[in-house]
Design a protein around this ligand. Structure first.
Ligand code: SAM
Length: 316
């Protein structure tokens, strides 16, 4: 797909470039905020799976920059934003970057160290594995990422805090809802207008973090597994009982973003200049070390003869 063609078919891709966002995902977080007011009173936030960084940009523009530019600004009082990803990303003002795997305990420890004993008001996670197209497999891997995020949440989020995470809707959505309901009094599945209807992606918005009395981090996985077994449902309050049959849980699901605004599934005409031409903008910040970089280098080398290709495939 050419750039101009994508600009036409994907209004949020075009708008992201016009407004200086690194990815169209920025609009998803902004639209979630329109509905849930997630940034209110937030001083400390963790952005899990943050690259290329459009959610971190949203956090910087909505939390860090207004505080920094305020006449009463005090360095020790500026919002703390910590962003983590497997991939490195170009710097963003007011955002501390950690490169690591969120499923690895050491990454969680590094994040916790940045908070220096303090707690976060908000944790967001837009993590996505490389999608295989096998729906059950993708949903499973996605749920593992959410559970890794939840592990970090249970260590770092303050009571009353919020957690937003990308989910793939599927047969285990009710189970995930029940698991999250153990820790948060409000759990809503949201579909921002900028997320295509054709995509199984949605976002779970968890409000008012209130872990069960006597909760011990070491028991997190036991507790979550218990929710997934029929015998566990009776003794754990999952708001409305077991997951199947007449007691099947009701999951609050909400469309958000300006519903009269742009529709991500529609094509829009391109704005033309006076001479009738259209100028497509370049991406705001291409990934600095994408996983496909080596494949591109190998392809380039193969155009310059086998020698170059052999050299690249030997050099790690
Ligand atoms: N929110 C980002 C933004 O607005 O620019 C987009 C995130 S992108 C959809 C998904 C990211 O998840 C990728 O950058 C990928 O590297 C990251 N990711 C996937 N699995 C991860 C893991 N186990 N640990 C850390 N990051 C991970």
């Amino acid at each position: 797909m050419g750039k101009a063609s994508r600009d036409k078919r994907d209004i949020y891709y075009r708008k992201a470039k016009e407004e200086g966002w690194r990815a169209r995902s920025a609009f998803k977080l902004l639209q979630i905020d329109e509905e849930f007011n997630i940034f209110e009173g937030v001083k400390r936030v963790v952005d899990l799976c943050a690259a290329p960084g459009s959610w971190s940009q949203v956090l910087s523009r909505n939390l860090y920059l207004p505080a920094k530019l305020s006449p009463n600004s005090n360095d020790s009082d500026l919002p703390l934003i910590v962003a983590i990803d497997l991939q490195p990303m170009a710097p963003i003002e007011g955002v501390i970057q950690v490169q690591g795997d969120i499923t690895n305990a050491r990454t969680a420890e590094t994040v916790i160290r940045h908070f220096d004993g303090g707690k976060a008001d908000l944790v967001v996670c837009d993590g996505a594995p490389d999608v295989t197209g096998l729906h059950d497999m993708d949903e499973f891997v996605q749920s593992q990422l959410i559970l890794a995020a939840l592990t970090i949440v249970t260590h770092i989020l303050k009571r009353g805090g919020k957690f937003i995470a990308k989910v793939f809707r599927g047969k285990d959505t009710s189970l995930l809802y029940c698991q999250l309901k153990l820790f948060f009094t409000e759990v809503t599945f949201a579909k921002p207008k900028s997320s295509r209807n054709s995509s199984i992606e949605a976002f779970v918005v968890c409000e008012n973090y209130s872990p069960p009395d006597g909760f011990n981090h070491k028991d997190l996985h036991l507790l979550l597994e218990k929710i997934g077994s029929p015998s566990g449902a009776d003794d754990l309050d999952c708001s409305s009982g077991w997951l199947e049959g007449p007691n099947k849980v009701y999951i609050p699901f909400l469309a958000c973003g300006d519903l009269n605004g742009f529709d991500s599934d529609r094509s829009y005409p391109l704005p033309k200049r006076a001479d009738g031409s259209y100028q497509s903008l370049d991406p705001v910040q291409p990934p600095i070390a994408p996983p496909y970089k080596r494949a591109l280098e190998m392809k380039k080398a193969s155009c310059h003869g086998v020698q170059g290709l052999e050299k690249l495939s030997l050099d790690p």
